[in-house]
Structure formats: structure tokens, C-alpha cells
Design a protein around this ligand. Structure first.
Ligand SMILES: CC(C)(COP(=O)(O)OP(=O)(O)OC[C@H]1O[C@@H](n2cnc3c(N)ncnc32)[C@H](O)[C@@H]1OP(=O)(O)O)[C@@H](O)C(=O)NCCC(=O)NCCS
Length: 263
């Protein structure tokens, strides 16, 4: 969440979007404040070491210890910043300062996307194909978004929508043996895509968790995929192992590796 706020700030600075820059700077400053726990010296000298009782010395003696906040803590800060603006806007509006109130409401709304909660649901394949096209086919010679197994009755298209119904994350799971573990029941993941606007919010991770739950429900102990090399960091973070040599798929012309996760 913190990384996303930082990269959104950089993007807003590049496009000279003053309101977004102002709001995100305030939020990031509040996060940095919360991360700086009380200024505790990193080295507390023993009485004999220092001529001045309790004096901090040594390298980093006056460094401030920092604690990285969890996503939930960052979200709480974002919510606080949004609510503060809404409360101030209400007060200004009550006193007739409608233009200033409107400006604050716009700033508050800029924080809404960071506060959405997302649930995974099963969708018909037709509803996930537009996102596949936008995310997985913009840089490939093929524009085909019909994947093997799409229409099989046991395949599940696990996806996430925004409150207004836009599909922003999708993944398709079919029962298919892995070439690396012949004979073992396995779920193959295909068509994993998260909308750019929603990267690094944990949606991809939520879909992998949902795939894992589906496997558990069916008594399956293995997940696998042909993964784009550009997404390998994500899959490794999600507990997958990279197996075998790399290869380029004929339709995408992009480098891939096979990945496996034993459950
Ligand atoms: C790969 C993809 C699905 C990841 O989805 P996401 O929702 O952004 O990922 P998450 O927010 O759940 O990330 C979970 C963890 O994976 C790792 N990760 C995700 N994206 C990463 C990246 N670009 N670089 C490095 N690590 C990354 C991080 O450890 C992250 O945790 P953190 O944000 O707390 O640090 C998404 O970037 C995407 O759709 N990419 C384009 C299409 C694609 O390559 N699909 C896969 C085809 S095989």
C-alpha cells in the first residue's frame, strides 16, 4: 500500500496533478510520522562507557527507530485523512464557503480507491475477457483472449470487481496435470491479470488465495502455471517455485517459466 501511494505520487507529479500531489504528500507524511516510533537511541551506553550519564553516543546513537506499518494501519491513516477533509468540508459549507468545501470534497474522493474492500467472486468467462485483453494482450501479437479450458464446466473464473461493478482482477483455474508432476491432480492457473489502476493492492494475492481455497475444496494439492518472466517476482512472493528452463510461448512471443506451488 505504501509503495502504491509512493508510485501514485510520482505519477501525479509527472502529470502535474496538483490536488493529487497535495493529498498524497499529506498521507505519506502522516505514514512516515506514524512509522517513526519515539526517538529511542539505538545504543544505550553502560554507565562506565560514558562520562555523561545516559548520553547517547556511537554510530547511529541518535537514529530514530522506524517500524514499517501494516497495510491495515496505512489504510486507517488514509481513512483518517479522508474523513478529516470531509468534516472540514461540511464545516466550510455550513459557513457558506462552498468553493473551498467543494475543493476538499474532491481531495477526499481522491483517497476513495485506497479504501475499497474487495471480494473474490466467480464470474462467467465473458465478463473477464475484456480485462484479459486490456492487461495481457496490449503488448502481444495475438489478441485472442479465449484460453484452453475456458468453457469446461469445472473451470472457475475467479475475479474481483469494484463497488461500481468494473472487473479489476481475474484468474482462471482448470483441473489440468502439470508436465512437471505427471499423475498428480493439479489446478492450472491461466489468464492472471490485474488492472493497472489496481496493481500492488493485494488483489493478485487475494486471487491466489482463492485458487488455493478452490484446490483445498477439491482435495487438490498442487497449483501451477506458465508464468510470464515479468510476473515471476509476484509468483515467488506468493510461494511458487520456478521450475525448468525458460521458454517463449508461440502466441504471446514473451519469455515464460513454469511455476509450481505444492499446497
Ligand atoms: C502480476 C500481477 C498479477 C500482480 O498483481 P498485484 O495485484 O499487483 O499483486 P499484489 O499486490 O497481490 O502483490 C503481492 C506481492 O507480490 C509481489 N509483487 C507484485 N508485483 C510485483 C512487481 N511488479 N515487482 C516485484 N514484486 C511484485 C510483492 O511482494 C507484493 O507484495 P507487496 O505489494 O506487499 O510488496 C499484476 O502485476 C499484473 O496483472 N501484471 C500484468 C499481467 C501479468 O503479468 N499477469 C501474469 C501473467 S502470468
Amino acid at each position: 500500500m505504501n509503495d502504491r501511494l509512493q508510485s501514485d505520487l510520482t505519477a501525479a507529479m509527472r502529470r502535474r496533478d496538483a490536488s493529487t500531489v497535495r493529498v498524497l504528500r499529506t498521507v505519506l507524511a502522516a505514514v512516515a510520522n506514524a512509522e517513526a516510533v519515539d526517538a529511542v537511541p539505538t545504543h544505550v551506553p553502560a554507565p562506565a562507557e560514558s562520562p555523561i550519564a545516559g548520553a547517547a553516543h556511537g554510530l547511529g546513537a541518535t537514529d530514530v527507530a522506524r517500524r514499517e506499518l501494516t497495510d491495515a494501519e496505512v489504510v486507517a491513516i488514509v481513512r483518517g485523512e479522508r474523513d478529516e477533509r470531509l468534516a472540514a468540508a461540511a464545516e466550510l459549507a455550513a459557513n457558506g464557503h462552498t468553493a473551498r468545501a467543494a475543493k476538499l470534497r474532491v481531495e477526499a474522493a481522491l483517497l476513495d480507491p485506497y479504501l475499497e474492500t474487495f471480494a473474490v467472486e466467480v464470474l462467467p468467462v465473458d465478463e473477464v475477457r475484456p480485462l484479459r485483453l486490456a492487461v495481457l494482450r496490449h503488448d502481444t501479437p495475438t489478441k485472442n483472449v479465449v484460453l484452453p479450458g475456458d468453457d469446461h464446466p469445472d473451470t472457475r473464473h475467479l475475479a474481483i470487481r469494484t463497488a461500481d461493478g468494473r472487473v479489476v482482477a481475474t484468474s482462471s483455474w482448470s483441473e489440468q496435470e502439470s508436465p512437471d508432476r505427471p499423475g498428480a491432480r493439479a489446478l492450472q492457473l491461466r489468464g492472471m491479470a490485474v488492472a493497472h489502476s489496481h496493481h500492488r493492492l493485494g488483489l493478485g494475492s487475494q486471487l491466489i488465495d482463492a485458487g488455493r481455497a478452490l484446490a483445498a475444496e477439491r482435495g487438490i494439492g498442487l497449483l501451477w502455471a506458465n508464468a510470464r518472466d515479468s510476473a515471476l517476482d509476484f509468483y515467488v512472493a506468493e510461494g511458487f517455485d520456478i521450475v525448468g528452463e525458460g521458454f517463449v510461448t508461440a502466441d504471446t512471443q514473451l519469455p515464460h517459466h513454469r511455476i509450481l506451488r505444492q499446497l
